[in-house]
Design a protein around this ligand. Structure first.
Ligand code: FES
Length: 148
């Protein structure tokens, strides 16, 4: 559901680009800069104003990896799956975290490859913060302190 601020933002975009649909990509980047992703309702409203089909706009924007159409997760956990970490617990850590956070929609869990701290395995990132010698408890504790 769009609010007044969203409507005003779309109006300002349309005005900025003179209601010219050939600037759709630029408008997409402006939306991305303000919202962090492309909310469906916002794009639908933009399409109405530009008099184009949503499918046309979606297919044009989704061609670029930069445009995400899902709200980003608040907390991103990235676990190193490089050789040192893999052979020293990262696989079990990933499984434990996937199980623990399976019902939490604000957390995403991904893997990466060698975060350059191999001697302090397993290594994880929570958003931009590195966690050395990570384990399930240290990650849960760090997430809880970030929330507060
Ligand atoms: S293998 Fe994990 S930090 Fe290098």
């Amino acid at each position: 559901m769009l609010n007044q601020k969203d409507i005003e933002f779309i109006d300002s975009l349309v005005k900025k680009y003179n209601n010219d649909k050939t600037y759709l990509i630029e408008m997409g980047f402006d939306i991305l800069e303000n919202y962090g992703y492309i909310p469906k309702e916002l794009l639908e409203e933009l399409c109405k104003k530009l008099n184009i089909f949503y499918s046309e706009a979606y297919s044009n924007l989704s061609f670029f990896n930069e445009f995400q159409f899902e709200k980003p997760k608040e907390i991103k956990i990235s676990i190193c799956n490089g050789i040192s970490c893999y052979f020293n617990g990262s696989k079990e850590l990933i499984n434990d975290l996937m199980d623990y956070f399976k019902n939490n929609e604000n957390i995403s869990i991904n893997t990466g490859y060698c975060f350059k701290c191999c001697a302090q395995y397993p290594v994880a990132y929570i958003n931009d913060e590195i966690i050395l010698n990570a384990n399930k408890e240290s990650i849960i504790q760090k997430i809880n302190t970030q929330k507060n």
